[in-house]
Design a protein around this ligand. Structure first.
Ligand code: SF4
Length: 317
């Protein structure tokens, strides 16, 4: 017998339905742009080597990497999205590295260039960044774009524990994350928070606390949840190969998601439930399924177990 999931109804606020509702059922697609940035924990201003789990290439599709200029990246990204997904509207997504890590005039030049490609079809700007690379001036610049289109600022919180942030060479404390959130209080920018679950030294109890922290901040509108995965070209990858440690299996991670989704504030939109990298870069855990198959596995489990976003929000908070 068909279930609501078969008709696209999920028991949580998924990003797909959020976009469909917001943009009148048009097909909206993110176009990834590489602005040529680096990160303060890569270039030496806060450290070298980047976050220990990170290989920037692992979260940017191969086709989006290393195109010559912003205009070509946007044009080709849009062309691909129309051809492969029949996309109608686009969100320009500055994704790799820290996309606010430059003086404001340079940021403006890059963002303007991307948004100028076909303005009538661009409905949003999404900026992936770190909490320590945001200030009033940069927020003002982004708010200027937000007068016309949706602008979301995606910040890596990753963990709420400074001990973890230190161990992963994040170069940024949880207090800095909170200060950035404070700056964004009452801003018209949409705030998206990125987290990673499964650092081997964090217990389940510790990870559940992330959700309380996210729930506390009313202006967090989106979340992206990731399980820890180990990729080639990362510092953690080198350590893992020498001495492997426990990572989530798909069923364990699904069980975990089934615990946190009921705790999550019901109005928050979940942009992503898990992370995935190119096969050739993934070291572990290899769940042996394609992205769409993992999504279906998790969605079916959520439906079957009657998990509903926010159903324990009041009691758990
Ligand atoms: S995770 Fe983000 S901040 Fe950390 S090194 Fe990678 S791109 Fe830079």
């Amino acid at each position: 017998m068909a279930t609501p999931l078969d008709f696209g109804f999920k028991n949580y606020n998924g990003y797909g339905s959020h976009l469909r509702e917001k943009f009148n059922h048009q097909r909206v697609f993110k176009v990834i742009v590489d602005g040529g940035f680096t990160c303060p924990n890569r270039d030496g201003s806060k450290g070298y080597g980047g976050c220990s789990y990170c290989n920037v290439d692992s979260f940017t599709p191969e086709l989006s990497r290393k195109l010559p200029d912003i205009r070509s990246q946007v044009e080709q990204g849009i062309e691909r999205a129309i051809k492969n997904y029949r996309a109608e509207k686009f969100i320009i997504y500055f994704q790799p590295n820290t996309n606010t890590y430059a003086p404001v005039d340079r940021l403006q030049k890059l963002y303007d260039e991307a948004l100028a490609v076909c303005p009538e079809q661009i409905v949003g700007l999404s900026i992936g960044t770190r909490p320590d690379c945001i200030n009033r001036e940069k927020i003002d610049l982004l708010e200027h774009y937000a007068q016309k289109i949706d602008v979301d600022l995606e910040m890596g919180m990753e963990s709420i524990y400074n001990d973890t942030l230190l161990r992963i060479n994040r170069g940024c404390s949880h207090e800095e994350f909170l200060s950035a959130l404070q700056l964004l209080h009452k801003s018209r920018l949409q705030v998206c928070v990125h987290t990673i679950f499964g650092f081997p030294w964090e217990t389940e109890e510790m990870m559940l606390e992330y959700i309380h922290e996210i729930n506390r901040h009313a202006h967090i509108q989106f979340v992206k949840f990731h399980h820890l995965h180990i990729v080639e070209g990362s510092i953690m990858g080198v350590h893992y190969k020498k001495s492997p440690f426990k990572l989530f299996s798909l069923s364990e991670y699904t069980d975990f998601l089934c615990k946190i989704i009921p705790m999550l504030r019901p109005d928050i939109v979940i942009q992503r439930l898990f992370g995935i990298s190119d096969w050739n870069l993934l070291i572990a855990p290899n769940w042996g399924l394609k992205k769409s198959e993992i999504q279906t596995y998790i969605d079916k489990a959520i439906e079957k177990r009657g998990i509903i976003q926010g159903s324990h929000y009041l009691t758990s908070n």
